[in-house]
Ligand binder design. Structure first.
Ligand SMILES: *Cc1c(COP(=O)(O)O)cnc(C)c1O
Length: 487
């Protein structure tokens, strides 16, 4: 295939190559860069993929997508998966019962699925900067999983600086330690007195702040983002869905439903592309918590933020109202003009609505459901009793599994497990009736009761020195970052 062009979801007559959209993720009119073309494979071709190992598959898919990455660079990036739990596959499937398998997407260094994309992404991003005269600054606001994975990926990389803002007290203790104990000169971690929304707003305001941007230019720094709308991350999130669908198909000779605990829709977008390329995926099920805007959208075609207030739940990575990657789905299904119209509605009225025909098309790909915290805790307990320890995000996906099976007790389901329980040990110990323990005590109590081993990546956190101790107010952030950059 020819080299892929990336075009804006809201139109504009320019395009970039893969490198361009990785380094500068902003497309015209506030849109996102997205694939101009998606390859579609024949059944024979799909059959031939089944025999490939993960790396071979990745090389083949990236080539078909026309992503301009040298084969050797992609190989280096994929080699980082060798550090994951199972060196043959970064995202193994494990069978729970005759209908259900769980795909473990958390086998990397920070024990959440963000590593699947951010580990290879960091390698590629920094290789793209080899001949650049500029350095890049990456700003991240995190509710707990993106921060650690980004820092882990970019620590000590040349020509890159990372500033990570997190809400102090708003993440689990383990997530906070994953950030504050990383000692690398190119990294700055700042605890904000406020919640995740505050952290995100500070970041958004900085990106519009003339004085801030000017100072960066003076320091020869360009801004970029490693958030989940960056297509460089999405590319790696297509692969494991393809891998899982093929594994499952070769076993059961039937298409699988893929269940995805969702927030910003990056994980689900990967599955959507995989399905459109012809891989054996039945429906993509979007699982949410009490912040069920995606459930409403997929059931009614109406995306309405106007009356909603964000609720804090036990699955914080899904506490979200504006789910950014939905825009790429709209583009793929309805085109740039309609996408721009809908996104303008969202800006103006905090709401947009598909027509009946559009909704029908959306529903040929997606179904959705959600559950409240109480139900989520109940499922954690139920599955723990059966010997499977689920984190709260993955547990929300069980609701979707139950609905699928109610309609078709022969259905095959793959539930994407987006985090290891260890990251949310305190919630787990509560669900399992162990009382009100701290993070470390929860880890130990659960590991001992269920005979589990805890990854050294998690255990060692409690022995490491906390090197980032700064905790500041919103007003102080800008000066603080500028001061650090001047050093
Ligand atoms: C980021 C995250 C999600 C949401 O993924 P999206 O790609 O944003 O939909 C779900 N679960 C966990 C544990 C996460 O870290």
């Amino acid at each position: 295939m020819q080299l892929q062009k990336f075009i804006g979801t809201r139109g504009g007559d320019c395009s970039v190559n893969f490198k361009g959209c990785v380094l500068n993720p902003n497309a015209p009119y506030g849109g996102l860069w997205t694939l101009a073309d998606l390859p579609k494979f024949s059944e024979d071709e799909i059959q031939s993929f089944i025999r490939m190992d993960y790396e071979e598959l990745a090389q083949k898919i990236f080539q078909s997508l026309g992503l301009d990455i040298p084969q050797s660079l992609l190989a280096n990036a994929l080699a980082l998966y060798k550090k994951f739990d199972d060196k043959n596959t970064p995202a193994p499937l494990s069978k729970i019962n005759k209908n259900l398998s769980i795909q473990k997407l958390y086998c990397g260094p920070t024990r959440a699925f963000k590593d699947m994309a951010l580990q290879p992404f960091g390698e590629i991003f920094s290789a793209f900067l080899k001949d650049s005269s500029k350095e890049y600054l990456i700003l991240v606001a995190t509710s707990g999983d993106t921060g650690p994975a980004t820092l882990e990926s970019f620590a000590n990389k040349d020509k890159i600086k990372v500033v990570c803002l997190y809400p102090e007290g708003g993440t689990s203790e383990i997530q906070a330690l994953q950030m504050t104990t990383i000692a690398a000169k190119n990294i700055k971690v700042i605890g904000i007195k406020g919640d995740f929304d505050d952290a995100q707003n500070i970041l958004k305001n900085l990106l519009k702040d003339e004085q801030f941007l000017q100072s960066l230019t003076q320091n020869n720094l360009a801004l970029s983002a490693a958030n989940s709308v960056n297509f460089g991350r999405i590319a790696f999130q297509i692969l494991y869905h393809i891998y899982a669908s093929l594994q499952s198909f070769s076993l059961y000779k039937r298409q699988a439903h893929i269940i995805i605990p969702s927030g910003n829709f990056g994980n689900a977008l990967g599955a959507f592309y995989a399905k459109n390329m012809g891989f054996p995926i039945e429906k993509i099920w979007i699982a949410s918590n009490a912040n069920n805007i995606l459930t409403d959208f997929i059931e009614s075609g109406v995306y309405d933020i106007s009356y909603r207030v964000l609720q804090k739940t036990y699955s914080p990575a899904m506490d979200i109202l504006t789910s950014s990657n939905v825009e790429r789905i709209l583009f793929f299904l309805f085109g740039k003009n309609r996408t721009r119209e809908l996104m303008e509605d969202l800006q103006k009225y905090k709401k947009y609505a598909l027509n009946q025909e559009e909704l029908k098309l959306l529903q040929t790909y997606f179904q959705a459901t959600y559950c409240e915290d109480l139900y989520c805790l109940e499922k954690i307990r139920e599955y723990a009793n059966a010997g499977f320890i689920l984190d709260p995000h993955t547990a929300c996906g069980i609701k979707a599994y139950e609905e699928i099976i109610k309609n078709d007790n022969e259905a095959i389901c793959i539930l994407c497990s987006t985090a290891e329980w260890t990251k949310f040990a305190k919630t787990l110990s509560q669900a399992l009736g162990m009382g009100d323990l701290g993070d470390k005590e929860s880890l130990e109590a659960i590991a001992s009761k269920y005979s589990l081993t805890i990854s050294p990546n998690i255990l060692d956190l409690f022995k490491k020195e906390i090197v980032h101790t700064q905790s500041i107010t919103k007003e102080e952030v800008k000066q603080n970052i500028l001061q650090w950059l001047r050093k």
